[in-house]
Design a protein around this ligand. Sequence first.
Ligand code: NAP
Ligand code: HSE
Length: 432
Amino acid sequence: MKAISVGLLGLGTVGSGVVRIIENHQDRLLHQVGCPVEIRKVLVRNMDKQRDVHVDTEKITTDVYNIIQDPEIDVVIEVMGGIDDTKEYLLKALLSGKHVVTANKDLMAVHGSELLRVAKEQGCDLFYEASVAGGIPILRSLVDGLASDRITKMMGIVNGTTNFILTKMMKYGSSYEEVLAEAQKLGFAEADPTSDVEGLDAARKMSILATLGFSMNIDLGDVTTVKGISKISEEDLQYSKQLGYTMKLIGLADRNGDKVEVSVEPTLLPDSHPLSSVNDEYNAVYVYGEAVGETMFYGPGAGSLPTATAVVSDLVGVMKNMRLGVNGSSLVTPQFPKQLKEPSEIFSKYFVRIHVKDEVGAFANITALFAERNVSFEKILQLPLKDSDLAEIVLVTHRASLHDYEEIMQMLRDIEVVKDVKSSYRVEGNLS
Ligand code: NAP
Ligand code: HSE
């Protein structure tokens, strides 16, 4: 019985996990797909690096063409990262008739539609389950499990690094820098963690989720707001706690009628919200479908073995398709034209923290700005600021349009009694 031959691009955090799972699960793979799996070659950058898995030296190469041009290789697994060069390698692999499995959301968010088109034309599979939410099989759940429903909302904690950082900061008062270094050491963070902490990694994942969930071609540039966690202060976390909220980096994809909104930003959730109890590097995606109602998918969003599980499950999918002779036949064309909501059609509550002159009429001046736009308050706190003649005001509004909120923020910055708008965050809570 001929083994399926795999070329592995990358032997880092995820690649090592892939080697381990394929080695440890040979019997299971054989049972599931009826043939063994062999890792034929592995690409690395540095041949001399100490690895925490054993791979025979003769299988290791630093030349990608030894893999993508090897006629014996059936499936290329890409877990090296990168965008432009990696795209070229994967295109070449597909054009030589190889199936591709990737964990690379950076690549899929930008070039996914082109790669999927080429894969289909070539009769090849291109699977990318591990690119969103690590070990949670969320892409399959959207495409297969919820295929009969119309999804109207997805809210996700889809970045493990930032969830790890926020959890440690909120629960133990740890410093941002200290916890980021720990996340890097544990292998959750990207090689350059800027994309984690500034929200870009989550935005890439949300564009993939929205494309599949709404069957609409949502590009990275369609994610209207992309904000990270690097500017969240100790005070913001304290006030969130005091007011009964938990701060999370939330990716939101919302559909009303035919129009959608996709955003990523630090968001306050009521402590009772199911996403509030998703801690550490865990991810969760809340999905609302018109027929099914509320569902939530929870699990480890990063790390070696969880991510590798999703990668190897994709490999099993490719192998099953090979046996059935149906590779490249999954539907990849979005059904609906893209229609994005205008700022006047996007509604949310907001938390705002401002420093104002502690004088008669200051508060009235501020509330007038909100009242002029029919925005009322759900919660208000005012405290004198230590060692200063300023007061700190914390407001949580009722629902307002993004358009009105942005105008109010601009005017707040311009009025004389306001010394500084220290922070403002979206507040979510309604589940559906
Ligand atoms: P990593 O630990 O940095 O490993 C990258 C591997 O690729 C290394 O073995 C490196 O070789 C090799 N590599 C990178 N560029 C190369 C090049 N130009 N030529 C040859 N080899 C090259 O990265 P990772 O954390 O495993 O992540 C891999 C991919 O999975 C990324 O796309 C990432 O976004 C995605 N992902 C990661 C996680 C996670 O939890 N880490 C979760 C989901 C998805 P050397 O070892 O010789 O340096
Ligand atoms: N850096 C990513 C995260 C890895 O922290 O979620 C998983 O995609």
